[in-house]
Write a protein that binds this ligand. Structure first.
Ligand code: NAP
Length: 294
């Protein structure tokens, strides 16, 4: 158990990420009191039944009263509205953060509502599963995974250090990045792979007649891994693509070029081109395993 870093942690939104923060914070004793608020009574009921937090209600502002750390854990498209709702009660000195998978758009949406004296330090845990809701939360989600902090030029260094210590306490490795760099990096490492998975599974589903059912029967040939990613939460991922539009469209254009290169190599029987690429990509997988991020 660590010394509590915060007296009251308030989570706005309590699904996979909010719930896992609550569980990991309790494991490490990072906050004396942990509360949450969410949009629907049904979700609040589940969070209370699962004892994820000391109390979960549906009044976002009430949950944030007297909190010294507030983390917005809603889909990206709802972060601005959440910030607007809680802003009037945020006490001076409190740290306001989020977990959104896109940083520039979330900062633009939340920043206008941050009251003077409140430290806004955006963050993104690069950890997740395809499951959502409070039932999907688990204590170990962040263990050994990276959390990226994207402080603003005017973020107070002591507040950034405190949030950094909090995420380390949750089990994360931490790294600070510029928000624009974050969005470009995540576009290629996370957003594009999800887009590809959604496309492949959609294409397979569009295959007519008996082929469609045979695809499911023989899914073990690689398709299965795509179906897991393509089962990710539709609201979350709609919001990610709408809010990281430029970076996603940029990597998508490059990806399409590379795909045409492979298409051409296959058409003209240029096996050496295929072999060279596949050899290079195999090394990338080995490097990931070496970094313990596979
Ligand atoms: P989730 O399990 O679906 O939970 C979302 C929570 O936000 C629920 O409590 C939900 O409330 C609430 N919510 C949804 N719409 C809302 C609205 N309009 N106003 C207020 N509350 C609202 O989602 P999650 O996977 O935890 O993701 C939360 C955030 O973490 C997203 O920004 C996502 O980009 C980011 N993130 C996700 C992952 C991942 O793999 N899932 C990884 C890293 C970061 P109700 O159920 O009450 O409607």
């Amino acid at each position: 158990m660590s010394q509590p870093l915060f007296e009251k942690l308030a989570l706005v939104g309590i699904g996979l990420i909010g719930g896992s923060i609550a569980l990991a914070a309790r494991r490490a004793g990072l906050a004396e009191k942990i509360v949450a608020a969410t949009r629907r009574a049904e979700t609040a009921g589940a969070a209370n039944r699962l004892k994820l937090v000391d109390h979960c209600g549906t009044d976002l502002a009430a949950a944030c009263q007297d909190a010294d750390l507030v983390i917005v854990c809603t889909p990206v498209g709802a972060c601005g509205e959440a910030a607007r709702a809680i802003a009037p009660v945020l006490p001076p000195g409190c740290i306001l953060s989020d977990v959104g998978s896109v940083k520039q758009a979330v900062i633009a949406a939340m920043r206008p509502y941050v009251p003077p004296g409140v430290h806004f330090v955006p963050a993104h845990p690069v950890a997740g599963t395809e499951n959502s809701g409070p039932e999907a939360a688990f204590t170990e989600l962040f263990d050994g995974r990276w959390t990226i902090l994207t402080p603003l030029p005017d973020s107070e260094p002591a507040a950034v250090d405190r949030l950094d210590a909090f995420w380390k306490g949750l089990g994360s490795l931490t790294q600070r990045l510029d928000p624009a760099d974050h969005d470009r990096i995540l576009a290629i490492t996370s957003h594009l792979p999800h887009l590809i998975a959604y496309t492949i599974v959609g294409t397979a589903d569009d295959l007519g007649g008996h082929l469609n059912s045979e695809v499911l029967r023989f899914a073990a040939g690689g398709f299965r891994d795509f179906t897991r990613i393509a089962a990710s939460d539709p609201t979350m991922w709609r919001d990610v693509f709408l809010n990281n539009r430029e970076a996603v469209l940029e990597v998508l254009a490059r990806f399409q070029e590379d795909l045409f290169y492979l298409q051409r190599a296959i058409r003209w029987g240029e096996g050496d081109k295929l072999f060279d690429l596949f050899t290079r990509t195999r090394e990338i997988r080995r490097a990931l395993i070496h970094l313990n991020q596979a």
